[in-house]
Design a protein around this ligand. Structure first.
Ligand SMILES: [Ca+2]
Length: 317
C-alpha cells in the first residue's frame, strides 16, 4: 500500500511548477485552441504549466447536494434565518441598482437576490479555488470531463477577450465565478457591464453581477408578472407516477387534471410540470410553470429551483 506522503513526494518530484506539463491531453488541447480560435500557444503553455491538479475538487464534484439530499435536507441549507435577513439587507443596500435592473430586464429583484443568496450568500462565498486549477483538473482528469474541457476552452477565450489574468481568477470547485457563479460560457454569453466602466466584473461589482443574473434570466425566457409554481393536491394516487419525470413542462392543465391533479384556482391554462418534494414524514406536490423552468436553466435541479423560489418569497415578506 502506498502512503499519502509517498504519493505527495512522487507528484512533487515529477511536477515542476504545475501538474499538467506532461499531461497527455495538454498538446491536443493546445492544438485545438490554435486551430479553432487562433489562440497563442505560448500563452496556453505558460498558463497551463502553472495549473495544479486538486484532488479535493474531484472529491467534491462526486457528491453535489442536489443529488445526495432529500428536499427537506436541501431546503434546510438555504432557507435559514440568516440568509433571509441578509437577503433583505442586500435588497435595501443595492435598491437603486435593483430598481433599474428590474425595469430593464423584467426579472423580479427578489429572484435575482435569491439566486445570489443561494449561490454565494450575497457575495460572501464566491469560491477560493483558482479557476485555472478547477477547470484543468476537471477538464483533463475527471471521468465525465467533456463539459469542463469545453469550459476550459471558454475560460481562455473569456480571459483573452476581456483582458483578465488567467492565473488570478478565483471561483468554485467547478469553475463557477463571482456573485452569481457564472461558468465561462455563461460569462461570455450573459455577463453585463452595467456601470459602463469597460469591465464585466462579476466578482466585486454589484451592478455588473446583479444585471448579469437578470440578463441570464431574460435570455432564458423569464415571463414578467407570470407565476412560478403552485402547491397542489392529488385526487388520485396514480398521478404520483407523473411527478419528477422531467424538468420540461410536458403537460397541459387539461392533462394534469385527467391524471388526478386538483388544479389551482384562478390560474390560467399553461404548460406545467408536476414535482414531488419529500419531507421527513410527508410529501408535497407542486405544479411548476415556465418561470420555474427558467430557474432550472441556472442549475438543472427541481430542488434548486424551489429553494430559489422559496427564498425569493421570504425576501419580500
Ligand atoms: Ca462594469
Amino acid at each position: 500500500m502506498v502512503s499519502l506522503s509517498a504519493l505527495a513526494l512522487f507528484s512533487g518530484l515529477f511536477a515542476s511548477n504545475g501538474d499538467y506539463n506532461d499531461h497527455p491531453k495538454l498538446e491536443p488541447f493546445i492544438q485545438e485552441m490554435v486551430q479553432e480560435h487562433q489562440y497563442d500557444p505560448k500563452v496556453l503553455r505558460d498558463v497551463l504549466s502553472q495549473a495544479v491538479r486538486k484532488d479535493s475538487i474531484l472529491e467534491a464534484i462526486a457528491r453535489p447536494a442536489e443529488r445526495t439530499k432529500a428536499w427537506y435536507e436541501y431546503r434546510a441549507i438555504f432557507l435559514k434565518e440568516k440568509r433571509i435577513k441578509e437577503g433583505k439587507e442586500f435588497l435595501i443596500e443595492y435598491k437603486a441598482i435593483f430598481d433599474d435592473v428590474e425595469a430593464k430586464y423584467g426579472v423580479p429583484r427578489e429572484v435575482i437576490a435569491a439566486i445570489i443568496g443561494v449561490e454565494t450568500f450575497y457575495g460572501r462565498n464566491t469560491g477560493s479555488y483558482r479557476v485555472i486549477d478547477a477547470l484543468a483538473t476537471l477538464g483533463f482528469d475527471y471521468p465525465k470531463r467533456s463539459l469542463f474541457y469545453r469550459e476550459l476552452k471558454n475560460y481562455f477565450l473569456m480571459v483573452r477577450d476581456n483582458n483578465l489574468q488567467p492565473l488570478d481568477i478565483k471561483g468554485s470547485y467547478a469553475g463557477a465565478m463571482g456573485l452569481g457563479q457564472f461558468i465561462p460560457s455563461s460569462y461570455i454569453s450573459y455577463a453585463v457591464d452595467y456601470d459602463g466602466d469597460g469591465k464585466k466584473d462579476l466578482w466585486t461589482n454589484r451592478g455588473d453581477a446583479i444585471a448579469s443574473v437578470a440578463y441570464y434570466f431574460k435570455r432564458y425566457g423569464w415571463k414578467k408578472g407570470q407565476p412560478v409554481a403552485d402547491r397542489v393536491t392529488l385526487n388520485n394516487t396514480d398521478a404520483d407516477k407523473y411527478a419528477n419525470e422531467t424538468l420540461s413542462l410536458k403537460g397541459s392543465f387539461k392533462q394534469w387534471k385527467e391524471r388526478g391533479v386538483n388544479l389551482p384556482k384562478n390560474r390560467k391554462e399553461q404548460p406545467a410540470a408536476l414535482f414531488r418534494y419529500k419531507y421527513e414524514d410527508s410529501q408535497e406536490y407542486w405544479l411548476a410553470y415556465k418561470n420555474f423552468y427558467v430557474i432550472t436553466r441556472y442549475n438543472h435541479s427541481r430542488l434548486y429551483a424551489r429553494a430559489v423560489y422559496e427564498l425569493s418569497q421570504e425576501l419580500v415578506k
